[in-house]
Design a binder for this molecule. Structure first.
Ligand code: ADP
Ligand code: 5GP
Length: 189
C-alpha cells in the first residue's frame, strides 16, 4: 500500500555504516524534539547498551518474517547479514498527526521509500574520505572484524549511489553537518 500524502513531512537519512548517522540524529533530536524518529525492527543482536524499543525492536528471523508478511513494514532490507525494517503503522500515524518524521535507513530501504513515497526528502550523509570512515567504524569498537569488513564493502557500494539523493551532507565537522541538516529540513535554529 502506498502512503497517501500526509501533512507531516517525511525525511530519510542514509549513509554508510560509521559515517555518523546516529550521532547526527541524536543531536538533531535534542535540538528539535518535535521530530519523530522511527524505531526500526531488526534481526541483529543488540549491541552492549542498546535498549529494546529505544534503539531497535529486536526480533528473531521468524517474527521479522511475520511482520513483513502481514504488510507491517514500510520498507525492509538485508544489511550485512541481518534484516532491518521500518514499522509502517507508527510512521503513518505520526505523519497523519502532522509531525515531521525521520527514517534512518540504508540504501535499499531508501530506494523502496522513494518508490512508495516520492514526496519524502532523501539526504545522503557522506564521510570526508573512505579512510576516515574506516577509522570511525573501527573507533566505535562495537562490531567484530568480520562485520566491519562486510560494512566496509557495503559502504563502497552505498557511496556510489549518493547522486540518487535529493541532497548530500558531508559529515566532517559534526556541528556543521547538524546545521546543514537543519537547513535542508527547513527547521528553524
Ligand atoms: P552510524 O550511525 O552512521 O553507524 P555513528 O553515529 O555510530 O555512525 O558514528 C560512528 C563513530 O564516528 C562514532 O564513534 C562517532 O562518535 C564518530 N563520529 C561521528 N561523527 C563524527 C565526526 N563528525 N567526526 C569524528 N567522529 C565522528
Ligand atoms: P546498525 O546495525 O549499524 O544499527 O545498522 C546497519 C544499517 O541498517 C544502517 O545503515 C542503518 O541505517 C540501517 N537501518 C536501520 N534501520 C533500518 C530500517 O528500518 N530499514 C533499513 N532499510 N535499514 C535500516
Amino acid at each position: 500500500m502506498a502512503l497517501s500524502a500526509a501533512e507531516g513531512k517525511l525525511t530519510v537519512i542514509t549513509g554508510p555504516s560509521g559515517v555518523g548517522k546516529g550521532s547526527l540524529v541524536k543531536q538533531l533530536l535534542e535540538l528539535h524534539p518535535e521530530i519523530w524518529l522511527s524505531i526500526s525492527a531488526t534481526t541483529r543482536e543488540a549491541r552492549q547498551g542498546e535498549i529494546e524499543g529505544d534503539h531497535y525492536f529486536f526480533l528473531n528471523r521468524d517474527r521479522f518474517a511475520e511482520l513483513v508478511q502481514a504488510g507491517g513494514c514500510l520498507e525492509w532490507a538485508e544489511f550485512a547479514g541481518n534484516r532491518y525494517g521500518t514499522p509502517r503503522q507508527p510512521v503513518e500515524q505520526q505523519l497523519s498527526l502532522g509531525r515531521p518524521v525521520l527514517l534512518e535507513i540504508e540504501l535499499e530501504g531508501a530506494r523502496q521509500v522513494r518508490r512508495s513515497f516520492p514526496e519524502a526528502f532523501q539526504i545522503f550523509l557522506a564521510p570526508p574520505s573512505f579512510e576516515e570512515l574506516e577509522r570511525r567504524i573501527r573507533g566505535r569498537a562495537t562490531d567484530p572484524e568480520e562485520a566491519i569488513q562486510r560494512r566496509l564493502a557495503r559502504a563502497r557500494e552505498e557511496l556510489m549511489a549518493q547522486q540518487e539523493f535529493d541532497a548530500v551532507v558531508i559529515n566532517d565537522n559534526l556541528q556543521v553537518a547538524v546545521i546543514e541538516l537543519e537547513s535542508l529540513m527547513g527547521l528553524s535554529c
